[in-house]
Design a protein around this ligand. Structure first.
Ligand SMILES: Cc1cc2nc3c(=O)[nH]c(=O)nc-3n(C[C@H](O)[C@H](O)[C@H](O)COP(=O)(O)O)c2cc1C
Length: 229
């Protein structure tokens, strides 16, 4: 199905309305999805965008509609609330949307008041030999680092970030401004509080929820004593 100009205008209005509703519902941060094969990614990627009008072909044309949505969302979302955009920094190895495209796109996002780019990858169906980067610890961090450095915009690193020290290094090395966790947070919902303990010592207890802290702090002291004997 090919969207015509009136469909696109309806979509712009839908995004505007969704943004207003997110604000009224009390969300603090909005992340616009331009990754993983979703609609806006399908405009960006030359693998899926086969349009021959003002929205297909050149980089400027393929980014036109996503940037129109970004501008619409930014104008509805309160200026004091952060707006993030999630991208697939690359479609695959040697194919499709590239890291250079992401850097150029991120510059356009910064110019439109986007606060941070959340750097994922992939999402398009690819031939087996053109897969996205292999799954190693922190495999997408280099994308966040390049975009941050080259486009001058804050980035979010995501993907197989599992250890507190690993997350801390991502931030302290200047690779990204924020770290996002998905599966590790499912595995351990107290990850952030546990990381605070690991990274800041006993001071980290103050970040635990009140009803847990009293019990767990005492348990930690008991364990310390028992292990010391
Ligand atoms: C249960 C679950 C649902 C997810 N849903 C989405 C989604 O709707 N949109 C999206 O961009 N990524 C989604 N993801 C991907 C995560 O946002 C994240 O990018 C990915 O899991 C890699 O990070 P991780 O190694 O910390 O899990 C989902 C992940 C999980 C585990």
């Amino acid at each position: 199905m090919r969207l015509d100009e009136s469909d696109l205008e309806l979509l712009v209005e839908d995004y505007r309305r969704a943004t207003r509703l997110a604000h009224v519902a009390g969300f603090d941060v909005l992340e616009l999805h331009c990754a993983h094969g979703y609609l806006l990614h399908s405009f960006l990627s030359p693998l899926t965008n086969s349009r021959d009008d003002a929205y297909g072909g050149s980089f400027a044309n393929r980014t036109r509609f996503p940037l129109r949505i970004v501008a619409a969302v930014r104008s509805e979302w309160p200026v004091e609330k952060p707006l993030f955009v999630r991208i697939s920094a690359v479609d695959g190895v040697d194919i499709g949307w590239s890291l250079e495209d992401s850097i150029a796109f991120a510059r356009q996002l910064a110019a439109r008041g986007v606060d941070a780019v959340d750097c994922s990858s992939g999402g398009m169906k690819l031939p087996r030999d053109k897969q996205v980067v292999s799954r190693t610890l922190g495999f997408q961090v280099p994308f966040a680092a390049s975009i941050r450095k080259e486009a001058g915009i804050a980035t979010v690193a995501v993907g197989l970030i599992v250890e507190p020290k690993q997350a801390e290094t991502v931030i302290s090395s200047g690779a990204a401004d924020l770290v996002a966790l998905a599966r590790q947070a499912l595995f351990n919902p107290n990850w952030a509080a546990q990381a605070a303990l690991e990274l800041t010592g006993k001071d980290g207890w103050r970040l635990w929820p009140d009803p847990f802290r009293w019990w767990l702090e005492r348990r930690a002291r008991t364990l310390e004593k028992l292990r010391g004997e």
